[in-house]
Design a protein. Structure first.
Length: 103
């Protein structure tokens, strides 16, 4: 069994949650933030059997798409200029889990 931590942009969280439920993955969602843009994120924690890990990855790929956005960067010394950055998608951490209990 694995402990999976998925970090996705808030914009993708609703679609991902729906995909997880439809595919019978139980998860816990935590609100988080961070990264270069300090945008809102959602972090999902899931206990996943080894044989369902690839199924989970398919759900994530279907619901968490990368896209580009324009942001203004600069400072007092430099004029602000638009910069195209890639956002979205998902970051997935897979850890070995010795045991999981539901009470």
């Amino acid at each position: 069994m694995k402990l999976v931590l998925l970090i996705v942009q808030t914009k993708d969280a609703k679609a991902l949650q729906k995909g997880l439920v439809e595919n019978k993955f139980q998860s816990t969602r935590l609100t988080s933030s961070g990264g270069f843009l300090r945008e809102g994120n959602a972090t999902y924690m899931l206990g996943v059997d080894d044989d369902r890990l690839e199924d989970l990855f398919e759900v994530v790929k279907e619901n968490c798409k990368t896209r580009t956005e324009l942001i203004n960067v600069g400072s007092i010394d430099m004029p602000y200029q638009p910069l195209e950055v890639r956002v979205g998608g998902a970051v997935c951490f897979v850890l070995e889990m010795e045991r999981m209990e539901r009470f």
